[in-house]
Design a protein around this ligand. Structure first.
Ligand code: F0G
Length: 351
């Protein structure tokens, strides 16, 4: 059967105009990949699944929220969309706007967007504008621009974004039969953690699927929700979550508290180690996406959470291909050898 995306699959559960025409790229329906070797490396005996959101059409979870936000913008007659972005939102907005025959304007922090994301935004035909400022500066500006001009804001302040993104929680419950004991995920602007919590609570009310404890993970250099105050100059290798003033911070803190979970931080070293660990299981994610695993490891190590016998889902939000600069860090001086069998044999067998 042909799959038609999350609006088609879950429309009756989404707070969107029910006569909406879906602008879709068949997003969603991402796999839950068992990751026993990763769980073992974290040092506890539990069932771990990776919800691999990097397998969405533009390579990140943003497509779930963009199908609903752009469909609604088109439904309301908008001819253009705008967003601030650390990269993935930009690529996704660009793709869905192209699909809807709308203009996309994306504002990004100069020099802080990973190559695969910028390439995507350009390929899908967005007007890409770099600013000499942070994501937070860009967000403040696009809010003002969308108030002044007829251009639809598609950051996660747009409630239709959350309506789409909550479908990931529905999919997890549909696949497992109920919510997992814990859900771990990275937190940046905090739209996604808010959406998951909305999805799990809605499903629990409708279908009694229980609620997970939520572990939100920020990068240590961009951890306003852990520290309790905004960060003026956030810095992290996980550029997707390089955000100092999350727009939905209050909702994220509430989801963590009500779920009996927590929001914690992980250092860049811990995030990159988690990225390696996932890659060693064949799952290559961008750095930010590994933050959930890094946070789980920290909390298992310091004894704060006991996962023994539990079922855990870690959301890996974006594909490794988004941020190929890992090559620079790990593969500095590739040798170039003559094309002959003996030289290659020597290299392969003896290094
Ligand atoms: N993971 C990835 C790969 C992301 O791109 C983002 C956010 C997050 C996690 C955090 O999600 O903001 O809902 O808490 N990226 C946004 C962007 C900010 O512009 O692409 P969040």
């Amino acid at each position: 059967m042909v799959y038609h995306g999350i609006i088609h699959r879950y429309k009756g559960l989404l707070d969107i105009p029910q006569n909406i025409k879906a602008i879709s790229l068949a997003e969603g329906n991402t796999p839950l990949i068992p990751a026993p070797a990763v769980a073992k490396a974290l040092g506890a005996s539990f069932d771990l699944f990776i919800k691999f959101e990097g397998l969405n059409p533009t390579g990140s979870f943003k497509d779930r929220g963009m199908t609903t936000a752009v469909s609604e913008a088109a439904h309301s007659g908008a001819k253009a969309v705008i967003c601030a972005s650390t990269g993935n939102t930009a690529a996704s907005a660009a793709a869905y706007a192209a699909r809807a025959d709308m203009r996309a304007v994306v504002i990004i922090p100069a020099g802080k967007v990973a190559a695969g994301k910028l390439a995507g935004a350009i390929a899908y035909g967005a007007d890409v504008i770099q600013i000499d400022g942070s994501f937070d500066d860009a967000l403040t500006l696009v809010i003002k621009l969308s108030e002044k001009h007829p251009i639809a804001l598609v950051n996660s302040l747009n409630p239709f974004r959350l309506q789409g993104q909550k479908t990931a929680a529905f999919e997890i419950c549909d696949a497992l039969g109920e919510a997992p004991d814990w859900l771990a995920l990275p937190v940046g602007n905090a739209g996604n953690i808010t959406s998951y919590w909305m999805g799990f609570t809605q499903y629990n009310t409708l279908k009694n699927t229980r609620l997970p404890q939520v572990l939100g993970v920020q990068a240590a250099g961009a951890a306003p929700l852990v520290l309790g105050y905004p960060i003026e100059k956030p810095e992290t290798v996980a550029t997707a979550i390089r955000i100092g003033k999350p727009a939905r911070g209050e909702e994220a803190l509430s989801a963590a508290q009500v779920s009996n979970g927590m929001i914690v931080s992980a250092t860049d070293e811990e995030i990159l180690a988690a990225q390696d660990l996932l890659a060693a299981s064949g799952i290559w994610v961008e750095p930010a996406s590994a933050a959930g695993i890094a946070g789980l490891k920290n909390k298992i190590n310091d004894g704060t959470i006991d996962l023994e016998g539990k079922q855990v889902v870690a959301v890996c939000t974006g594909h490794g291909l988004k941020d190929p600069d890992i090559i620079a860090a790990k593969f500095k001086q590739p040798k170039i050898l003559p094309p002959d069998l003996m030289t290659l044999e020597k290299e392969i067998l003896h290094g």
